[in-house]
Design a protein around this ligand. Structure first.
Ligand code: GUN
Length: 299
């Protein structure tokens, strides 16, 4: 059997950057303004520092203004709530990204709830999440699952009636991913650590999205020949005491011999979280300025 097509997430991110750049420049001509994103990071989590630097860099590349607000872990929850409130009421800020995780002791849900839903570019506010899960609109849906769907569209022509298995049920990836696939007409199975026969549920699937946070969990004999595999895992080898670099939730070298298409790690899903942060920031800007877009960005 032919080896799987490797779905090129770096190329897709470059394409989305071009699409966003063009739209931002049109918006600036029309409105005299550019979208402006505030990125808030609290504490010294090393991975968060890297993610935030990358977010700011990609904003700059596409012409989105950004400002980074960094605070030490001893910031109080009340102080953070006041910062979020100021940003929520600032007409010059169109998007607010609160980098997670927050330091221990802070109530993440309470702080997310304080974000103005119109500026919630992560799609984590209960109002946006609820609207999305109810299928009411896609305006501000979580970024990583939108990126996964866009990667899937590169290799899947018709989703209707396909069987999809999503491994992981987080609010950031697993749950919204399952909902997006349902909206495309897939039959979706969500599996988690209490599920029985995870292998069988994967073997039945035409599409597998692995977001378990478990290195090389998905083996070749879990995969139906010809299935499409999206690997959301970012597992640091250093954390596992196995050198450096990152690996996904899928045993890539073996699974690529069975699947028809697969995303690599790195270079697959990773860059799309920021791709859709940019897209959501433009959508939030349009909504706040009552701009009806000429074209559907990101779809
Ligand atoms: N931390 C890990 N993933 C994410 C994400 O998608 N958004 C935010 N805000 N924080 C994260």
């Amino acid at each position: 059997m032919q080896e799987a097509r490797i779905i090129d997430g770096v190329a897709l991110a470059a394409q989305i950057d071009e699409e966003v750049t063009a739209v931002v420049s049109q918006l600036e001509e029309k409105s005299g303004k550019r979208p402006h994103l505030a990125v808030v990071v609290v504490g010294e989590d090393p991975a968060s520092q890297i993610y935030v630097a990358n977010k700011v860099r990609r904003c700059k590349k596409v012409g989105i203004d950004s400002k980074e607000l960094r605070y030490s872990a001893d910031l109080s929850e009340a102080e953070l709530l006041s910062i979020i409130d100021d940003l929520s009421n600032d007409d010059d800020i169109h998007g607010i990204l609160l980098q997670l995780p927050l330091p221990k002791g802070m109530d993440t849900h309470k702080v997310i709830h304080a974000i103005n839903p119109a500026k919630d570019v992560d799609g984590f506010h209960p109002l946006n999440f609820g609207r999305f899960m109810a299928g009411l609109d896609h305006a501000l849906a979580p970024c990583t699952p939108q990126g996964c769907l866009r990667l899937l569209r590169m290799v899947v022509d018709d989703f209707e009636g396909k069987d999809a298995t999503v491994i992981g049920c987080s609010n950031i990836v697993g749950k919204p991913m399952a909902e997006l696939l349902l909206q495309q007409g897939c039959s979706v199975t969500s599996v988690h650590h209490l599920s029985r026969d995870i292998e069988g549920k994967c073997r039945a699937a035409d599409i597998i999205v692995a977001a378990a946070g478990s290195p090389h969990l998905v083996k070749a004999d879990w995969v139906k020949p010809g299935a499409v595999i999206i690997d959301v895992g970012i597992n640091r080898l250093r954390d596992l005491g196995k050198g450096s670099g990152i690996v996904g939730d899928v045993d890539f070298d073996e699974v690529k011999k069975v699947a028809s298409a697969i995303t690599p790690v790195p270079g697959g899903v990773g860059p799309q979280t920021i791709s859709y942060l940019l897209v959501n920031t433009v959508r939030a800007f349009n909504n706040q300025l009552d701009i009806v877009p000429d074209e559907k960005l990101g779809l």
